[in-house]
Design a protein around this ligand. Sequence first.
Ligand SMILES: [Zn+2]
Length: 430
Amino acid sequence: MPENTPTGLTGLAFGGDYNPEQWPESVWREDMALMREAGVTMVSVGIFSWALLEPSPGAYDFAWLDRVLDLLHENGIRADLGTPTVAPPAWFYRAHPEALPVTAEGVRQEFGSRGAICHSNAAYREASSGITGQLARRYAQHPALAMWHVHNEFGVPVSACYCSSCAVHFRDWLQTTYGSVEAVNEAWGTAFWGQRYGSFAEIEPPRVTPTVGNPAQALDYRRFADATLRENFVRERDILHRLAPGAPVTTNFMTALSQCDSLDYWAWGREVDIVTNDHYLITDGRRTHVNLAMAADLTRSVAGGAPWLLLEHSTSGVNWQPRNPAKAPGQMARNSLAHVARGSEGAMFFQWRQSRRGAEKFHSAMLPHAGTDSRVWREVVELGASIEQLGPLKGTRTVADVAVLWDWHSWWAQTLQWRPSEDHDARERA
Ligand SMILES: [Zn+2]
């Protein structure tokens, strides 16, 4: 049985996403020294590195990742090692353009961002199994390995694809779920507006229609899309369990109801060895501390009450909202420790060193552009010391006094088109 806590971590986890491939190796030594100064115990590596690890089909370059993992081990830092399957290389799409996702409007989304994946696509499934197997075989015995981090934030930014491969996959899912096309007609109420189907072959994904489409079809497509993403998680997880037994396997959830609306995390929580979560503050005037508390409690619930781990949050502002205010002095520590109080086995961030290039260069980090002579860095070092002192909390449970019932499928049903009032929002407390 795989462990359900990061291997080799004696206290709480403190650290962040570490992307050394974005920097010259001369910077890596400084990273190690500063990580030690900050009390970093674990970092997430390799999450978007497929194009560097497999620069051309079947040709691998693991030397740089070997050096990174060896350096981490020499410095007593554990590695949450990513399978980079959220970021297939450009060469993959050149060979398999049909693996790019298609929107409900029929627009194929292009390479050049991240997460552009049709999860039903056979070539994607084969290629992602290939790189996952390579990593599992190479690093199963590496002494820095603490756990496996499959993919990244399933469901974000693409939660469903509407291409012809997904249509075939959807029909298979319907056949398994309902058994007969008559049962589909009954469940979807297709007598309404003449939508009756004579065979599974006549059914398509709920693409754009002249006016509102069949609501039960739309709801089933959300269930199907969620199940399809989970199939790909389970496929990678099983490869890792088989080739690298022992280390726990996770994928980072986004349980805040304002950040990911496409996964049924009750079902996902049953598939991971350890529940991990990413949480970011939405600064549109809502009470962010309420959102944080609910997300953390929901994450603990998804974990069945067991400890979980905050795998990403931010030291200060993010960069993907219209306005991204910096956190006030002390706000980072308060938020980090609020997660710990609600059952997190530590506090990790996106990311360790603030990027100098790319779409997230204005996103805050543990080591900001301003360097170590900065408030953020001083607060990070202070928080690292606090997290170290809280080591005895590892493995302890948080007990709730009250319960709130929450069901993702019910929420999805409440968001379908044409209902009594759009003002009703099941998430109003979130
Ligand atoms: Zn598709």
